[in-house]
Design a protein around this ligand. Structure first.
Ligand code: M6R
Length: 606
């Protein structure tokens, strides 16, 4: 959940370390630090707080030339987020510095052994033991020392290491945490994700578990822990560098919501023609899709919600069982049934969520068929799943997932429709027509942003919120509540409309507003009764409803209208509205929308 970055080469400047960190800050923002080799020593600067604090410290030195440097932005696991626990960490001599993303599980045991043999520790982190272990093995070759040290580690890591004694060299290694390498002329770059590398090269190496890498001024070399050379082919990443910049928007979240019409267009391009879906990625699975009886979807957070929408969608169409599991639960389930008519679908924007990855590994060990749906090319989940469908949404930087959710929904609708096709079940023409006009409907939704902001102003001071919905819009309500709580810190809870009377309605009063997803679909009357019940408890009510609902104003305090579309697609069409509502509330409350407290974008620890 941290970001690591490193550079090697003749023409680099110190400010590049800070620029690299800024692109990774979404991964954690408790503290930031850099280390670089200069004048025969390793200089380290680290500070609790955002990268901006570090930037300020270094504002007069950003153009200093450096050959080798490493950098880190932290989401604290071991030890408080203070200056001392910030990375990089050094050994006793201060001549070896390490940045690390991951968790070392056997750190207590190793720390004690190192203390017993005379090492002196400064921080409470698990990472510091790596620096001391390397020191223990160092005999003039940092690559060799890192190789020996990492064999002693248990847990997950991606590390970058520099040594004052080898000033033109950076050593990196990976076991369980993401790491990408870019080769540049006369050097190379390491980073926890693609975005900071784009500025240097689009040809990237995706590091595998068990790789140890040396980058020097002449080469980038991959070996395994036992000294065997590993041959790697770089992959070309066609993301634009500007895609990871705010481009004038106040927050990435706002920018990413406005990109949604394009995300939909891209996800649909080449995949629908004359009412037929083409998903080339799984074209070899025609026979499997024909006979499929069970689909298990495994995901976390927002990705779990898109999986839930998929479940409701398919349940309307086919008599197959779709079970959606939270990955952190699924990976510890002792018993579950599957056979060769079962497909396992792993949804992950980042492709790195540890619980989802471990669930995938579990299923693979047992021989299940695995399909990943992800946004990040080269991410671990996509490399380990049997097949992957990419959503191609471009980099998502805001911690709150928005455009990736929309991209996931599109791909999941296409997957569902492909399964229908394979089983000779037909979807109505309006479904395809509405799917194709979705970019336009989203453009219209974006035009309602100011109107949604006006409504948000009336509710931004509340401490609690309840979201309710039914069927495919129950997950919409779940996603609305998650968006609101994660960026505005309002206690937003969510229930299926029918559950209200079974307990949650006891919470409601004039201080507990309700956001209702109430399109004019087959359960409209049921939802309307729910709204009337909430109003009878004096709760204020915002209705998100279709524009053919002429009575909504009679039972709601505020109404947000959406156009009508195929009922199947209503959860997709509702997405920008719930996202914009949460965005405006958080912005009105004056919060850092892109970097909510206690969170990180990519959850690569348990
Ligand atoms: O990268 P993933 O899709 O696997 O991430 C899963 C969740 O961590 C993520 O969706 C999280 O819930 C977001 N903060 C939601 O906005």
């Amino acid at each position: 959940m941290c970001g690591i970055f490193g550079i090697v080469g003749k023409k680099h400047r110190l400010g590049e370390l800070i620029d690299g960190l800024k692109k990774l800050e979404y991964r954690g923002y408790d503290s930031a630090g850099i280390a670089y080799v200069a004048n025969g020593r390793v200089d380290v600067a680290k500070q609790s707080g955002r990268v901006a604090v570090l930037e300020k410290m270094y504002e007069d030195r950003t153009s200093t030339f450096i050959n080798v440097g490493i950098a880190h932005t932290r989401w604290a696991t071991h030890g408080n987020p203070n200056d001392i626990n910030a990375h990089p960490h050094t050994d006793c001599t201060g001549r070896i510095a390490v940045v690390h993303n991951g968790i070392i599980e056997n750190f207590n045991e190793l720390k004690q052994q190192l203390i017993d043999s005379g090492h002196f520790f400064k921080s409470d982190t698990d990472t510091e033991i790596i620096a001391h272990l390397i020191e223990e093995y160092y005999g003039g070759d940092i690559f060799d020392a890192v190789k020996k040290a990492i064999k002693r580690l248990r847990g997950a890591f991606a590390i970058g290491v520099v040594s004052a004694d080898e000033p033109d060299k950076l050593v990196a290694a990976r076991e369980g945490s993401p790491l990408i390498v870019g080769k540049t002329e006369g050097g190379g770059i390491i980073a926890s994700d693609i975005t900071p590398i784009l500025k240097y090269t689009k040809e990237m190496y995706f590091v595998d578990d068990g790789d140890i890498i040396e980058i020097n001024l002449n080469e980038v070399r991959f070996e395994d822990y036992y000294g065997k050379r590993r041959q790697k082919e770089p992959q070309r990443i066609d993301w634009e560098e500007t895609a990871a910049e705010k481009s004038g928007y106040k927050f990435f979240m706002e920018k990413e919501i406005t990109e949604e019409p394009d995300v939909i267009k891209k996800a649909l391009t080449g995949r629908i023609s004359e009412g037929k879906i083409r998903l080339d990625e799984i074209s070899e699975w025609q026979e499997l899709l024909k006979k499929i009886k069970t689909i298990k979807v495994i995901a976390a957070g927002t990705s779990y919600h898109s999986g839930m929408v998929f479940k409701y969608f398919l349940n309307e169409l086919l008599p197959i069982s779709v079970e959606v599991e939270i990955s952190s639960e699924f990976r510890y389930m002792r018993q579950w049934e599957y056979d060769d008519e079962t497909l396992f679908v792993f949804i992950s924007q980042s492709g790195e969520t540890l619980d989802t990855l471990e669930s995938l590994r579990l299923v693979k060990r047992l021989g299940g068929k695995t399909l990943a749906i992800s946004n990040v090319v080269g991410s671990t989940i996509t490399r380990e799943a049997e097949k992957t469908i990419f959503i191609n949404a471009g980099p998502e930087i805001g911690v709150a997932s928005t455009k990736a959710y929309v991209g996931q929904l599109i791909v999941l609708y296409l997957l569902g429709a492909t399964i229908c096709q394979a089983k000779n079940c037909s979807l109505e023409t309006t479904f395809f027509q509405d799917l194709q006009r979705m970019p336009q409907l989203y453009e219209n939704a974006l035009k309602q942003s100011d109107e949604i902001r006006e409504i948000a102003k009336k509710y931004a001071h509340f401490l609690h919120f309840m979201y309710i919905g039914r069927k495919g819009n129950y997950p919409t309500a779940m996603e609305g509540a998650l968006k609101l709580k994660e960026i505005s810190y309002i206690n937003a809870t969510c229930y299926a409309g029918g559950e209200l009377k079974h307990g949650p309605i006891a919470l409601l009063d004039s201080e507990f507003p309700v956001f209702v997803i109430i399109p004019k679909d087959d359960l409209y009357q049921k939802m309307k009764s729910n709204v009337i019940e909430t109003r009878a408890r004096n709760a204020r009510c915002i209705s998100l409803t279709t524009n053919d609902n002429h009575e909504a104003k009679t039972f709601s305090d505020d109404v947000i209208y959406i156009p009508h579309c195929s009922d199947h697609l209503l959860p997709l069409l509702c997405a920008p509205y719930i996202q914009l509502f949460a965005y405006h509330i958080a912005d009105i409350r004056g919060l850092d929308v892109d970097k909510p407290r206690n969170l990180a974008k990519s959850v690569t620890v348990e």
